[in-house]
Design a protein. Structure first.
Length: 60
């Protein structure tokens, strides 16, 4: 769970920074970066949650 919190905080910082950079420069590559980071964080979070659920099912 600590790992998910760290990844969540870093993701929020990176996405926020990308959006601010886009607002300042109007360069779309910052939006693309924010989108890729969001997708990667979502995939990572889902993988961790699936592994946690599988662990619970194996214990039963």
């Amino acid at each position: 769970m600590l790992l998910l919190r760290i990844v969540g905080m870093l993701t929020a910082i990176i996405i926020g920074s990308g959006l601010v950079a886009w607002l300042v420069t109007r360069d779309r590559r910052y939006l693309a970066l924010s989108g890729r980071v969001a997708k990667a964080a979502l995939v990572f979070s889902l993988a961790v949650l699936v592994l946690m659920a599988a662990e619970r099912l194996i214990i039963l």
